[in-house]
Design a protein around this ligand. Structure first.
Ligand SMILES: Cc1cc2nc3c(=O)[nH]c(=O)nc-3n(C[C@H](O)[C@H](O)[C@H](O)COP(=O)(O)OP(=O)(O)OC[C@H]3O[C@@H](n4cnc5c(N)ncnc54)[C@H](O)[C@@H]3O)c2cc1C
Length: 499
């Protein structure tokens, strides 16, 4: 294979890299994407795409394809908490709290007003093929799966990367003016001395991707994410429908996460976790097909730098966080939206290289906030689960005794119930986080302040205050008219823009 000279080399073909490829192509910048794995993600992982991310997907030309495959808005309007799910007796699957989420599926006045796009929900294993097809359509022959970066050197003028075609074993070199590391932090960052800092191994999670009929036990049609306390096992679980043809209780596929303590050896043994899966969901081996078991640990880390010479990093390569809040893949999309227009301006000679120095001061603080929010969301779930007490050692009987205090008639349990509901209420910061998704501001040499004071915000998590200041995203009319708001503009879609 011939050596290649290209303005931008993208390393990694996950959500970050594929989005970067599409956006660069859309603004006429040639790139080459190489990615180590032979195919797009085989793990369901990310699924919620916030409104700002969908604005980026609109720019890339894939928003309507994503909406067509996504969970219908009315089936992602709530999140709810349950004790057990399946089992003998009326207490199994009892719902103990329910919360409006994602602006009631996008129908609340604030969410309608925030953006021309509504949020979507599409598991990563279905999203990435959409992104890949579009990236290949925009840059034929320039999206190479099973091509791995093995060496990297840089000088003042550019980067020289050694790539191995894993199908043929052939090696070739790519010379690029800039390299964009979207490799999840595996190779590029360590090769240029970038270090991820933060907390690791907060908990061990085992995730299952299964096909099963759960329509008799997962009954609320408007709930997307089900948070389960499982007294029989003494651990929490999370259940999310994956479609693809039906959503809600009729979903054909599901993701189920079991959260083990970081010291719990059961998490490492396939037989043990499969047994726990069957116990929790009330399924026999014959009633389910397990497509995949994956293991990961909760962490919250941010890279110490986003740029090292001609190398820039984005997505999980720059920050990794708990999935609580859906801020991982979405932040990756926000990162590359910020970076690609700057790369285009520099490559086209419309701006000097210093414009790229504004990427880190703009995105790193926003990403650090997202990491912090994701950690706080995870911690509050841990606080909710801790209220149930018990645990694997306490045994089934004691775990049920404690859980039943939530619906007992005993006045002595009133304070317990109040504490539980107050702790659950705090989780609205995860499911109603408009200010986190839209409200971040940029402070860098590329932003010329207009001298106006930043608007006061009494709730910098939940309340998004649109402003037409140079450091903020441009306010845009909402995605559809609402009887609740009597919004004056008709339904429309516009490309995302920044002030
Ligand atoms: C259970 C779970 C649920 C989640 N839910 C959400 C959610 O609802 N919303 C959300 O926004 N986020 C969510 N996330 C986070 C999200 O999955 C990640 O943030 C996202 O996948 C990061 O994308 P990425 O492209 O940066 O990295 P990755 O998806 O890790 O992609 C990295 C790519 O780099 C390639 N690569 C690695 N090394 C090399 C090399 N040497 N040469 C070439 N290529 C290489 C790999 O082949 C891969 O394609 C969730 C995560 C988990 C675990």
């Amino acid at each position: 294979m011939n050596d290649i000279d290209v303005p931008v080399l993208i390393v990694g073909g996950g959500g970050a890299g594929l989005t970067a490829s599409m956006l660069l192509s859309r603004i006429g910048i040639e790139s080459l994407l190489v990615t180590a794995w032979p195919q797009t993600s085989i793990l369901p992982k990310a699924h919620v795409l916030n409104q700002r991310a969908m604005e980026v997907m609109r720019d890339a030309g894939v928003a309507d394809t994503i909406y067509a495959a996504s969970t219908p808005a009315e089936q992602m309007s709530h999140s709810a908490w349950y004790v057990g799910l399946a089992g003998e007796g009326e207490d199994y699957g009892r719902r103990v709290a329910k919360m409006e989420a994602w602006g009631a599926g996008g129908d609340s006045p604030e969410w309608l007003a925030a953006s021309p796009e509504r949020q979507a929900n599409l598991p990563q294993i279905r999203l990435e093929p959409v992104l890949r097809a579009r990236a290949e359509e925009l840059a034929p022959g320039r999206v190479r799966f099973h091509h791995e970066l093995t060496e990297l050197a840089q000088d003042d003028e550019g980067v020289t990367a050694t790539i191995t075609d894993r199908d043929t074993g052939e090696t070739y070199q790519v010379r690029a003016r800039y390299l964009l590391g979207c490799d999840g932090g595996r190779t590029v960052g360590p090769a240029v001395g970038i270090v991820q800092e933060g907390v690791r191994d907060l908990a061990r999670v085992v995730s299952f991707h299964i096909s099963a009929d759960l329509s008799q036990v997962a009954t609320d049609p408007d709930v997307l994410i089900r948070w389960l306390w499982l007294p029989d096992l003494g651990i929490p679980g999370v259940l999310v429908p994956m479609g693809p043809d039906h959503w809600g209780p009729e979903s054909e596929e599901w993701v189920f996460h079991l959260n083990y303590g970081s010291e719990d050896g059961r998490a490492l043994d396939d037989e043990s976790v499969l047994s726990d899966l069957r116990t929790a969901l009330g399924l026999t081996e014959e009633q389910q097909t397990v497509h995949m078991i994956s293991r990961w640990s909760l962490e919250g880390v941010v890279a110490d730098r986003y740029r090292a010479g001609r190398v820039l990093i984005a997505g999980d390569a720059a920050h990794r966080h708990p999935p609580t809040g859906g801020l991982g893949l979405t932040s990756a999309m926000h990162d590359v939206q910020n970076l690609t227009w700057k790369l285009a301006a520099v490559v086209n000679g419309h701006a000097g290289d210093a414009l790229l120095d504004t990427y880190e001061p703009e995105r790193r603080p926003a990403d650090a906030t997202n990491v912090q929010r994701s950690l706080e969301n995870a911690m509050n779930h841990i606080a909710i689960n801790a209220l149930f007490g018990g645990g694997p050692q306490a045994g089934e009987e004691e775990n049920w005794r404690q859980a039943r205090r939530l619906w007992s008639e005993d006045p002595a349990d009133t304070d317990f119930r109040r504490t539980f509901l107050a702790t659950v209420a705090a989780q609205s910061a995860e499911f109603n986080e408009l200010a986190v998704e839209f409200g971040y501001t940029y402070d860098s040499a590329a932003v010329v302040p207009d001298g106006t004071p930043a608007p006061e915000n009494p709730d910098p998590i939940r309340i998004y205050k649109p402003a037409a200041r140079p450091d903020t995203r441009c306010p845009m009319p909402g995605w559809k008219t609402s009887t609740a708001t009597a919004w004056p503009w008709p339904a429309w879609s516009a490309p995302a823009a920044s002030c």
